[in-house]
Design a protein around this ligand. Structure first.
Ligand code: ADP
Ligand code: MG
Length: 493
């Protein structure tokens, strides 16, 4: 089951106004396979000039021409055509995503399937946007029109590259917006392959533009651009704060999905095997590079020693390996930068708590940014490894006394993206559901994500919601219309 022959090293340009164009300065940057540390592609390295070109193309496509003339049905059909292309090319996209991110191929296949499902969902939703009629007095008619926000700047992370692009582009297209997408510099490849089908799917030039480059340069230029109406961002809390500050200058609408330090709570009455699996799956899926990772594992004291032991035993069986091998359960981290960041936390964790398993680089690999699944226990909730998002395969196990204690610890965090609770007691389960200050709660599971259901955080995990009708809302304005039905003059003067 070893990987097929290495594909050629391609160079990808930007996709602006329906054309492939190099960066204005002619520069490119290398993109890596994190399992081999080899360069697998080169991509246009954009500056403010390229972002300006893309923003102007998006502006022009929004203000005039083919896009404003499309019907909601047309936009829905375009989204279904895009979904069809993705399904048709699923093996190629999954392999490319796998090579570029280091995630296991089986997970990459799920991701690309979800990408297609997302375009289908918003394809179906496009012509179901309706306004309201308000019950004003009989001499008037009052109603709302739902209109697209305009030009959307969309900045996405590297953990689910094409899926994050889909979460942003699909609702924007459904709403009738035009877009400038800035993929993460580590993982732009699937988005660029995707761009090559847009014309055939019927997307007019300028409606979807994709500009590559460093966040601090091209991302920042997009946030500052005066002709962009909205920024949708998924990424770190630190960059989210910079974006809010910069977007204030032009008063852009902003939606943010930031990090988390999500609690995964286990009571003594939980189904044992499912709970142990759920604790591991919650934090080690996608190498732990998940914004909703259950990185704080809260365990009732009654079962605490046994639970840590069971987690540790099962974690020994997690197969780290080359991402393209079908039985691999964890690949390398996405980049050297992320590997270094996580390694620093491993050293912090060893001082702050006890190590049950892991804590470094597996000895079996000469190359690649692999990190062992790591479980720290006896972690105090005030420790750095309990407060800061690590974004790697690192679990912090924290004991708790009783229900109120669990809730207190769960909510004692600046974040509020997600949380989960495992118990057979439905009274307790729903009390916890209501008590947790987070945007997504799972009961007896952690991580399943459906396009139909809203996704987003409380507190410093951001604001706004993606997916479902909520995701579409964020790309719509509401226009209130008053119609006077009474012909008599106002008679005020
Ligand atoms: P990480 O450091 O883990 O890569 P980031 O939040 O920095 O996470 O990156 C998420 C996305 O934000 C990427 O597309 C990145 O290029 C972009 N980005 C980074 N810094 C900025 C910035 N100052 N302004 C706008 N976008 C940025
Ligand atoms: Mg960064």
């Amino acid at each position: 089951m070893s990987s097929p022959a290495k594909p050629a090293v391609k160079t990808y340009q930007n996709y602006i106004n329906g054309q492939w164009v190099p960066a204005a300065n002619g520069e490119t940057f290398p993109v890596y396979d994190p399992s081999t540390e080899e360069v697998i592609a080169h991509v246009a390295s954009s500056s403010a000039a390229d972002v300006d070109k893309a923003a102007k193309a998006a502006r022009a496509a929004f203000d005039s021409g083919a896009w404003p003339a499309t019907t909601a049905q047309d936009r829905g059909r375009i989204l279904f055509k895009i979904a069809g292309k993705i399904r048709q090319n699923l093996p190629m996209l999954a392999e490319l995503e796998c090579r570029n991110t280091g995630k296991p191929i089986v997970e990459a296949e799920y991701d690309i399937g979800d990408v297609a499902t997302c375009f289908e969902y918003y394809g179906g939703l496009a012509n179901k946007v309706t306004g309201n009629v308000m019950p004003v007095p009989a001499n008037a008619l009052s109603f709302t029109l739902r209109e697209p926000v305009g030009v959307a700047g969309q900045i996405i992370p590297w953990n689910y590259p094409l899926l994050m692009a889909a979460w942003k582009l699909a609702p924007a297209i459904a709403a009738g917006c035009t877009c400038v997408l800035k993929p993460a510099e580590q993982t732009p490849l699937t988005a660029m392959e995707f761009a090559s089908w847009l014309e055939e799917a019927g997307v007019p030039p300028g409606v979807v533009n994709i500009v590559n480059g460093a966040g601090e340069i091209s991302g920042a230029a997009l946030v500052a651009h005066p002709q962009v109406d909205k920024i949708a961002f998924t990424g770190s809390a630190a960059v989210g704060k910079l974006i809010v500050k910069s977007a204030a200058d032009t008063l852009k609408r902003v939606t943010l999905e930031l990090g988390g330090k999500s609690p995964n709570i286990f009571f003594a009455d939980a189904d044992w095997e499912a709970a142990v699996d759920g604790a591991l799956f919650g934090v080690f899926i996608n190498q732990g590079e998940v914004c909703s990772a259950g990185s704080r594992v809260l365990v009732e004291k009654k079962i605490y020693p046994k639970f840590v032991e069971a987690m540790t035993e099962k974690a020994k069986r997690i197969k780290l390996g080359p991402p393209l091998e079908r039985d691999t359960k964890m690949g390398p981290l996405v980049s050297k930068e992320q590997y270094d960041r996580v390694s620093t936390y491993l050293e912090v964790g060893k001082k702050e708590a006890k190590t049950a398993i892991g804590g470094g680089r597996p000895k079996t690999f000469e190359k690649g940014y692999y990190v062992e699944p790591t479980i720290f226990y006896d972690v105090d909730n005030s420790a750095r490894i309990a407060r800061e998002e690590i974004f790697g395969p690192v679990a912090s196990v924290i004991p708790f006394e009783h229900e109120a204690d669990a809730i207190r610890i769960a909510n004692d965090t600046p974040y509020g993206l997600a949380g989960a609770v495992w118990t057979r007691d439905i009274y307790k389960a729903f009390r916890i559901v209501k008590s947790m200050r987070a945007g997504i709660i799972w009961v007896n599971h952690m991580q399943p994500t459906y396009v139909e259901a809203p996704w987003g955080g409380y507190k410093q995990s951001g604001f706004g919601r993606e997916l479902g009708p909520w995701g579409l809302e964020e790309y719509l304005e509401t226009k209130q219309v008053f119609v006077n039905l009474d012909e008599t003059p106002i008679g005020w003067y």
